[in-house]
Design a protein around this ligand. Structure first.
Ligand code: G6P
Length: 590
């Protein structure tokens, strides 16, 4: 949800910031802008649309203090005026998050102090407040502004009279990149990764004053803080397409490796040492989007094999009702980005009630990882395609790891470990031997898709439908196969494809019966199965065979063909696969 990159150093920061914005486009891509300091002046350049549109307006500008922003609109439609940076007299700011009390602040600034607002955004108040408090001391004015605003923010500000950048974080991520005589600030490290791997993650309610030769981190009261410089473990290649047409395709194809990275080293130590597993009586999984479907898979695994009750909650719902939580609950946040606002707040709520908390997070040092303080990192590497793929399969591995941690049966544990080690090769062969493009071609113009499965693969059906609608905009629904007769069956006709997951297990015959029901209404059937038999051959119009794996891992092999169906249909239909309309990768607003 909006990306920030800022540069202060000795080079021309304009191309650095523009390149960085391109890498942050996955966070928002409806408009973009930069502000740069030239002598004692600030210049702002903004454009509606993608970074390319902004680039077209750059005309040899040169500055070694530059801030940039790519926007995902919350307040005010995506247009040139509402694009960041926002300005007041000699001040420019970029902001990620939501200023919740912007309306009252705006009213006061307009009516009492005659400030003229240009935009409809919540963010513009920040610039005017700094101006309001400014009497020659930029830092002091910035801090006074912080005392007035409520909500979530990552802010970077410039003042025409100061060779400084001042930033603050509360609720929205900011990370410093520490280079040789240059400092970067960004929403994540990707935009400066080719300049430095040395980073400092800002924590909640911390600010930084960046000067040409130094930086100082402070709390919001102005007290100096010392923070460790950390080193990013991944390289620039992980944020490049590496010959793939899209990031999503690259990320789908990485899953044999990312899965290995997720379980490697964790089989003995799953980084949950501070939770006394004997003490908790129930697990509550909170998540949003694709991560929520991974959580549902986790419920099937833990309840069936470890017999511990598991509650799965949409973080956005959980927060606003009266959740029945007990201090004996372990509340686990599942999140790729580690920044999803609802998931973060759900964990804060659980902590207030006194529950143990843990995170299953991909992005190291992210807000949710920090808030939980313990858990399992997915180690899937940066996921840039907006539609989540490799994070989902790693989340299923991590949930299996959690299950192994609490399960008491040594034989079961041994068996799972044995099977998990085989998975990367099985996935590799699935990826190398799949032939999904022709199936996608056949159904690319379908008006509607149904995805159906039972048991542990029911959440996978929902994830398959989500993938398709996210990137191809074809309406799609994931349903428990047994529920089809209570509604979706009314939609079936010869034009509607149904994707069935048919795994050879105890409920295999039940799914076959559901396929019969579709067939007798002339529906088209795409069958994802781990063994072809006569019935499947008779009923299915198209068959995708996946490797036979242990029940706990079937969601992983079954979701991959669904990811590829969605990918190829979207690509063939000319959609923007990596940046689908209206979506953002990291939802830092509620
Ligand atoms: C957004 C993304 C989804 C993601 C969801 C949850 O909607 O577009 O791909 O599944 O947020 O994100 P998280 O980072 O918490 O897993």
């Amino acid at each position: 949800m909006c990306g920030i990159i800022a540069y202060l150093g000795q080079k021309n920061g304009v191309p650095i910031v523009l390149k960085g914005l391109k890498r942050l486009e996955y966070r928002g891509y409806d408009s973009a802008g930069i502000a740069l300091k030239q002598e004692n002046n600030l210049k702002t350049i903004k454009a509606k649309g993608k970074i390319e549109q902004l680039k077209a307006l750059i005309n040899g500008e040169n500055s070694n203090i530059v801030i940039g922003h790519t926007r995902w609109a919350t307040h005010g439609e995506p247009n040139h005026i509402n694009a960041h940076p926002h300005t007041s007299e000699g001040i420019a700011i970029v902001h990620n998050g939501i200023i919740e009390n912007h309306a009252s602040l705006r009213k006061e600034l307009e009516h009492k102090y005659n400030y003229k607002f240009q935009s409809q955004t919540d963010s513009e108040v920040i610039a005017h407040l700094i101006d309001f408090f400014y009497d020659g001391d930029f830092e002091d004015a910035f801090r006074k502004m912080l005392t007035k605003i409520d909500g979530a923010f990552g802010i970077v500000a410039l003042h025409k009279n100061h060779n400084q950048m001042i930033c603050a974080r509360k609720g929205s991520p900011l990370v410093l990149g520490i280079g040789e005589n240059e400092t970067f600030v960004a929403s994540d490290p990707s935009p400066f990764l080719d300049h430095t791997k040395n980073v400092v993650y800002l924590d909640e309610k911390q600010m930084v004053i960046i000067n040409p030769d130094s930086y100082q981190i402070k709390d919001f009261n102005g007290y100096n803080l010392e923070k460790e410089v950390e080193k990013i473990s991944y390289g620039i290649e992980s944020i490049q397409k590496q010959g793939y047409k899209h990031f999503m395709l690259k990320e789908i194809n990485e899953q044999n490796e990312t899965i290995k990275n997720c379980f490697r080293g964790k089989i003995k130590d799953i980084e949950m040492v501070s939770i006394k597993k004997e003490n908790f009586q129930r697990i509550v999984l909170v998540a949003c989007g694709t991560s929520y479907y991974a959580a549902l898979v986790g419920k099937y695994i833990i309840e069936k094999t470890t017999h511990l009750p598991v509650l799965v909650e949409h973080a956005s719902e959980f927060r606003y009702r009266q959740p029945m939580l007990y201090p004996t609950d372990l509340v686990v946040a599942i999140s790729q980005s580690g920044e999803t606002a609802d998931t973060l707040e759900a964990i804060r709520l659980a902590k207030k009630i006194g529950c143990s908390t843990a995170g299953m997070v991909n992005v190291t040092g992210s807000s949710i990882a920090k808030e939980c303080g313990q858990g399992i990192y997915l180690h899937a590497g940066p996921e840039i395609g907006v539609a989540s793929t490799k994070a989902f399969t790693s989340q299923i591995i991590a949930l299996n790891m959690l299950n192994l941690y609490i399960n008491k049966d040594p034989y079961y544990k041994m068996k799972v470990i044995e099977e998990i080690k085989k998975l990367p090769d099985q996935i590799k062969s699935l990826l190398e031997n799949q032939n999904i493009k022709p199936i996608a071609e056949k159904y690319r113009n379908a008006k509607y898709f149904l995805f159906m499965a039972r048991d542990i693969n029911y959440p996978v059906a929902m994830e398959g439908a989500l993938k398709l609608k996210e990137i191809s905009y074809i309406p799609a629904e994931g349903y428990p196969a047994g529920e089809m007769k209570h509604g979706p069956i009314a939609l079936i006709d010869s034009e509607v494809p149904s994707v069935f997951i048919v795994t050879k297990d105890s409920i295999f015959p039940k799914v076959i019966s559901n396929m019969e029901e579709v067939k007798s209404r002339k529906g088209k059937i795409i069958c994802i199965c781990d063994e072809i038999n006569e019935e499947i051959q008779r009923l299915a119009d198209d068959i995708i065979v996946v490797p036979q794996v242990k029940w706990e891992f079937t969601p992983i092999v079954n979701v991959i063909p669904m990811q590829l169906i969605a990918y190829h249909i979207a690509d063939m239909n000319g959609k923007n696969v990596d940046q689908p309309k209206n979506l953002a990768k990291s939802c830092t607003v509620e």
